[in-house]
Design a protein around this ligand. Structure first.
Ligand SMILES: C[S@@+](CC[C@H](N)C(=O)[O-])C[C@H]1O[C@@H](n2cnc3c(N)ncnc32)[C@H](O)[C@@H]1O
Length: 302
């Protein structure tokens, strides 16, 4: 799973065939230092505009774990927890939930945004998890595992999981349809074009999202594993929130770092196109946002 930059350019199974002019930016493909999630500004945008995964996901993961291990479940680790969106949904199912992230700024936002008494957070990397051997019932990660050194993370997950403990790795897809009255097709096309434009600034790890976590699924050394690509959720989003979502994407933040002038124009131009396509002027206009997920589940042998 190394050196995936050329695969991004050549990959035959793109969600969106990229227009010729949208050549992935060399500087963005493999330079982790310009991919933030780390700045306070980005973490704040993240907390404000990134939504929790569908409630169907923690429920499905809990049911999977229940098939493999006897409840109650003492501990779940949400690795790459960001500002806690994915962590909070786990609280009803586990005695203790610990969100782990390498970014101090994200952990600070997560702490400010969490009330549940059984959740805590800590700064740590995915390849050095702060847990005892065999102490965790579930290691999970939402829209984050593609950023990790998978081999090191997997070794750590295996170390901390209890026998029959489970791994649940999922991500939001890169394809986001929108619905609005009789303009769904047109507004989806405009949003897709904006996303495609930002894909130029994707890191090489984005290949895993493009191929629906197939390589990640294959790299899990456990035999008892499965993949579910059928989970989706539709919810209302205002144009303000849609623009905030675009701004919160690391690809937009990378664009801003590499081309501040271009990035400054991108948001108002996109906003204008979205409003015109919807035939409205109010930023409070609501569209239906369709979030689709790819999920991988696996059980550590007893
Ligand atoms: C796209 S965000 C996902 C956040 C959250 N789980 C969610 O569902 O919105 C990815 C997160 O992974 C974190 N991350 C990236 N590499 C990491 C690593 N090696 N160890 C721990 N966290 C990492 C980033 O700091 C970021 O907060």
């Amino acid at each position: 799973m190394q050196n995936l930059g050329s695969e991004i350019r050549a990959h035959p199974d793109r969600f969106f065939p990229q227009p010729e002019s949208y050549v992935p930016k060399e500087q963005a493909i493999s330079n982790p230092s310009i991919h933030s999630h780390k700045s306070e500004e980005h973490a704040h945008l993240y907390r404000k505009f990134r939504f929790a995964p569908s409630p169907e996901i923690p429920e499905m993961v809990y049911n999977y774990l229940k098939e493999k291990r006897q409840p109650p479940f003492a501990l779940v680790a949400d690795v790459g927890c960001g500002s806690g969106q994915s962590t909070r949904g786990l609280a009803p199912y586990f005695e203790k939930v610990i969100g782990v992230d390498v970014s101090e700024a994200q952990i600070s936002e997560a702490k400010q945004n969490t009330l549940d008494s059984n959740i805590s957070y800590c700064i740590s990397t995915a390849d050095q998890l702060p847990f005892e051997d065999g102490s965790v019932d579930l290691v999970t990660s939402t829209t984050a595992v593609h950023w990790f050194n998978f081999e090191k993370f997997m070794k750590e997950a295996d170390r901390v999981l209890k026998p029959n403990g489970c791994l649940a790795l999922h991500t939001l897809s890169g394809y986001i349809p929108l619905h609005y009255k009789d303009r769904s097709e047109r507004i989806s096309a405009v949003f897709k074009e904006a996303m495609e434009f930002l894909f130029q600034y994707a890191h090489e790890c984005f290949i895993h999202v493009r191929n629906k976590y197939q390589l990640i699924y294959e790299a899990i050394p456990y035999t008892d594993k499965k993949k579910d690509d059928d989970i989706s959720e539709t919810f209302p989003m205002t144009v303000t929130e849609l623009m905030g979502f675009l701004e919160s994407l690391y690809m937009y933040q990378t664009y801003k770092a590499l081309d501040p002038e271009g990035a400054k124009e991108f948001l108002p131009k996109t906003q204008k196109r979205i409003l015109e396509t919807l035939g409205v002027t109010s930023m409070d206009t609501t569209v239906d946002f369709v979030a689709e997920y790819y999920c991988v589940l696996a059980r550590k042998p007893a």
